[in-house]
Design a binder for this molecule. Structure first.
Ligand SMILES: C[S@@+](CC[C@H](N)C(=O)[O-])C[C@H]1O[C@@H](n2cnc3c(N)ncnc32)[C@H](O)[C@@H]1O
Length: 346
């Protein structure tokens, strides 16, 4: 996952996205992104947008919101080019009004082994929570598989199997937990927390799921239904300035619980200075909890380029199929697939 400030070079960003992010994951998006990268007319439109708004996931979702057909090729009638050129004012309005807040419940399969290794009960503080689906790791069923697809372990919620089953292929000594974690607080912060009960937020989240990922779309919809009645305490704000408040709320709501600050696919949205400073910001916040007698940990699950200092601590090499670095308290422990389909433990 590249960082958003690389979007100054729109053509280069789309070419990289086609080759390194979409290829093998979405034939439509790989084709669309490669098409954009070579299309001066469309590049000129995207160049009018604020830099952070030029990202493929947002532009493609907005085009689909306004009728771009999937699957399709770049220059099909009703495909990306057609919709961008003929419906640009409406697509642009959606791009400006909305954000890529893809909430991927599958990432819980990457987080689970670390969450379960911490002393519970847990007070979860997710920064960049979107609709908060990753705040419910105790609500999903997990199937950990070997490379041949055979089930190595299955973990179900205490009350029995969930309709949301997360499959994750594992390699290396993944510490598979016997049971889900005990969660006593679900909170955090997001620039724009999404209330799934309101407006058309769930529909937008479904539009953000890549076209060929029908299994993810179905899972998202089932997950939203599962947790619609579970309260979460996600503040609206910037993660850098609202972190202490979110931690404070967790400690008040669940005194004695282990505070776990975590994030997945979020830090790439910060500018260079924000990304550089984030490890110190979060570490200092956790030190304050510890100095006050509390237990606190930090779990990060971000693209390998996003927190280079953390990725550099990995004791095994990143693979093509697992490009997110999973770390506990700044120490990398595994490489994970961006949507939680694969976990390679070091
Ligand atoms: C790609 S989504 C990931 C959502 C969720 N963590 C997941 O893995 O499914 C990124 C989220 O980070 C939020 N975000 C981006 N920059 C932020 C900031 N500076 N402060 C708080 N939230 C931010 C966005 O609003 C969005 O909901």
């Amino acid at each position: 996952m590249r960082t958003m400030d690389e979007l100054g070079d729109v053509a280069g960003f789309y070419a990289h996205f086609a080759e390194h992010e979409a290829k093998g994951e979405s034939a439509t998006f790989a084709q669309w992104a490669a098409g954009v990268a070579q299309d001066p007319e469309v590049l000129a439109l995207l160049g009018q947008l604020p830099t952070a708004k030029r990202q493929p996931n947002l532009v493609f979702a907005a085009a689909r919101w306004h009728g771009a057909v999937t699957p399709s090729r770049y220059d099909d009638v009703g495909g990306l080019r057609d919709v961008l050129l003929t419906r640009w004012p409406r697509v642009r309005e959606t791009i400006l009004a909305r954000a890529t807040q893809t909430n991927e419940v599958g990432r819980s399969a990457s987080l689970l082994p670390l969450l379960c290794g911490l002393p519970g009960p847990l007070a979860l503080v997710e920064v960049g929570a979107s609709a908060g689906l990753c705040l419910h790791p105790d609500r999903w069923s997990y199937r950990y598989l070997d490379d041949g697809g055979a089930e190595v372990a299955r973990i179900d919620p205490v009350g029995g199997p969930s309709p949301v089953v997360l499959d994750c292929t594992i390699t290396g000594p993944v510490p598979i937990p016997p049971s889900p974690p005990v969660v006593v607080h679900r909170g955090g912060v997001d620039l724009n927390p999404l209330d799934l009960a309101a407006d058309d937020n769930a529909a937008w989240l479904e539009t953000l799921v890549w076209p060929e990922h029908e299994d993810r779309r179905q899972r998202l919809s089932a997950a939203c239904e599962q947790v619609a009645d579970v309260a979460v305490d996600v503040l609206a704000g910037d993660l850098r300035t609202s972190l202490d408040e979110a931690i404070g709320r967790a400690r008040t709501a669940a005194p004695g619980a282990t505070v776990v600050v975590f994030h997945t696919a979020v830090i790439a949205y910060l500018d260079e200075g924000g990304r550089r400073d984030w490890p110190q910001v979060v570490t200092a916040a956790l030190e304050r909890v510890r100095a006050d007698g509390g237990a606190a940990h930090w779990i990060s699950n971000e693209g390998s380029d996003v927190l280079p200092g953390v990725s550099a601590t990995a004791r095994c090499a990143e693979s093509e199929r697992a490009t997110f670095c999973l770390a506990l308290d700044g120490q990398a422990v595994a490489w994970a697939h961006g949507h939680g389909r694969r976990l390679e433990w070091c």
